[in-house]
Design a protein around this ligand. Structure first.
Ligand code: 6R9
Length: 569
């Protein structure tokens, strides 16, 4: 593997421990419509994402492959595709038997255990729309989502059920409890008991064949203002999820794949459920919170080969210890590592390359886009600090405020030409919001992110639209300043916002989390300030730096909440 530094930029040449799946594809002549046509010809109108994820492998002789490895302290369980089929069949029968009809919404609120996956797939198999909730959600968040969706059923457990405000949800008909603790007098069902009464015959024909455009899964995503919005995806999304699993995750038959997110976040469904199962891979499912030693030990113990995580996790691993920590584990099984969710700091790419001996491949997409759109493919050069290039068949543009395309190199609104397979189907009960994503005659999907594209097509993230800082007329992207901040040894994490200032409109204010070896002092903060100034420019160096114990982050995807910090500033 070779690296060069051009100016400040780290460039990692294509390196792959084996042939990448994408290598034979001619990106210029690839069209998603052709791909669609093949699926349509094959499925003949009989679509069901759960069938494609599970049953197809059994029907085609791959039933004995391990679908899931579940690890939780001393528990270590393996579940084959055949077992997954039997389980989801029976669950789906129970769901149907309770009167759930095609297209109705069934929610899940479960920790990251195999049943969090099995229930979602069973709901989809039964033709209903799955609404996976993140386990850390509290009552208000759960209420808002289930109420908006007229959820008819929820599958949860004895620990989490108290957060479901059943009496305030008029559409809710059934509460199923996974494991012990169902309160039958209150009308709750014990899931395992229900499963026992399912007959072989009913399980054999439970799959509901649907149209490609029927609802499959709904994820709620919070914008900067207003209520969370329900982003509905239909069964056709699997066309792109399967392909990106093959090309971008580079999944192959013998891979052990680990996606660290919970199915309540779109990464945990598109790339925790659909992409790996559609490709017949083996997925590692871990419960519990982040712990550097535990995470490294999982890679060693289960020989993880493909690993999809987020910048916040990589930054925490880096902060947890250097070479002496990493050397305690054998991480040589890793052959392909990816990141999503937030801008991936060049410093982290450098760390991955030098300490973990891997290239970390950034990927960009959103809940609304259903699958990856801008990617670093395994057989291509990585420019640290760039999210990569558009996936084959995807066209992106940088638009000005009137919807005109900007030339290469200029920062503007990151937009994608409409029509990729996994694009959201609708925003639940909010047609107006849906339309607002397509402001310019409907041709472009406007993401709400700001970015520029270089001459070679690499896309560089700047900020969310609302997070851009304007100081004395200079536009400053927080990501670049944050990335410079964390190159200082004392800084583990950083968030940068604009603080209102009479003279300059806004000034750059930095919030940092310090490495435990360093103690806060005015001299240290000034040193950090000058460090950034020396790397970027005087106007981009934070005028103020405040030390925090931790940065506020979204609960599901761990994104830094700059908006809160801005209010605080
Ligand atoms: C999958 C997911 C979407 C927003 C997106 C952007 C940010 C995601 C990123 C990234 C920089 C990347 N984002 N990937 N920013 N580089 N590689 O994260 O979906 O939770 O809906 O968030 O996340 O701002 O617009 P979601």
């Amino acid at each position: 593997m070779s690296s060069i530094t051009s100016g400040e930029r780290l460039i990692l040449a294509s390196e792959h421990k084996e042939k990448a799946n994408i290598e034979s594809v001619d990106a210029t002549s690839f069209h998603w419509n052709d791909e669609f046509d093949q699926w349509r010809a094959r499925l003949q109108g009989k679509w069901n994402a759960a069938y494609e994820c599970i049953d197809r492998h059994v029907d085609e002789g791959r039933g004995d492959r391990v679908a899931m490895i579940y690890v939780n302290d001393d528990i270590h369980e393996e579940i084959t595709y055949r077992q997954l089929k039997n389980e989801t069949d029976r669950f789906a029968v129970v769901i149907k038997a309770k009167g759930i009809k095609r297209g109705e919404r069934v929610f899940t609120l479960l920790p990251k255990t195999p049943n969090a996956y099995i229930t979602v797939l069973a709901i989809i198999k039964a033709g209903a729309v799955a609404g996976p909730l993140f386990e850390a959600f509290q009552e208000d968040a759960i209420f808002e989502r289930m109420y908006n969706c007229d959820a008819k059923m929820i599958i949860t457990d004895a620990q989490l059920k108290s957060r479901v405000p059943s009496n305030k949800l008029p559409a809710l008909e059934h509460v199923l409890i996974d494991g012990e603790g169902a309160d039958k007098e209150a009308g709750e069902y014990h899931l395992q008991e229900e499963l026992e009464s399912v007959s072989k015959e009913s399980a054999a024909q439970v799959t509901e064949w649907v149209d490609e455009n029927e609802g499959m899964i709904i994820h709620y995503t919070s914008g900067s203002t207003g209520q969370p919005k329900g982003v509905l995806h239909s069964h056709r999304a699997i066309v792109q999820q399967k392909k990106t699993g093959e090309w971008v995750l580079d999944l192959k038959e013998n891979d052990v794949y680990w996606c660290t997110s919970h199915p309540g976040w779109v990464t945990g469904s598109s790339y925790g459920i659909f992409a790996p199962f559609l490709n017949g891979a083996t997925s590692l499912i871990n419960t519990g919170r982040f712990d550097a030693n535990e995470w490294y030990s999982y890679i060693e113990r289960f020989n993880v080969t493909v690993w999809y995580s987020a910048p916040t996790a990589f930054r925490m691993l880096k902060a947890a210890g250097g070479q002496e920590l990493i050397e305690r584990y054998n991480l040589s099984s890793l052959r392909h590592v990816l990141s999503v969710g937030e801008p991936l700091n060049p410093e982290i790419v450098k760390w991955g390359y030098e300490q973990l001996n891997v290239r970390i491949h950034d990927t960009w997409w959103m809940t609304e886009t259903g699958a990856q759109l801008i990617v670093n493919l395994p057989n291509q050069t990585i420019k640290a600090g760039s999210m990569g290039r558009p996936l084959p068949g995807i066209t992106v543009a940088i638009l000005d405020e009137s919807g005109n395309q900007l030339p290469r190199g200029l920062v503007g609104q990151l937009a994608v030409r409409k029509g990729w397979p996994s694009m959201m189907r609708e925003i639940w009960k909010n047609e107006e919001k849906y339309r607002s994503y397509f402001p310019y005659d409907g041709e472009w999907y406007v993401s709400g992110d700001l970015a520029y594209q270089d001459e070679e097509g690499f896309v560089f993230f700047q900020s969310r639209n609302d997070d851009m800082i304007n100081s004395s007329g200079e536009r400053i992207g927080p990501f670049e300043v944050e990335s410079a901040l964390i190159t200082h040894d004392a800084v583990i994490e950083a968030a940068v916002v604009g603080k209102a200032d009479e003279l300059r409109g806004e000034i750059v204010k930095g919030f940092v989390v310090l490495h435990p070896d360093y103690e806060e002092s005015p001299a240290l903060l000034e040193e950090i300030r000058l460090h950034v100034r020396g790397k970027l420019a005087a106007h981009a160096a934070p005028r103020e730096i405040e030390v925090l114990k931790e940065l506020p982050k979204t609960r599901i995807s761990g994104k830094i909440m700059r908006r809160l910090l801005k209010e605080q500033a």
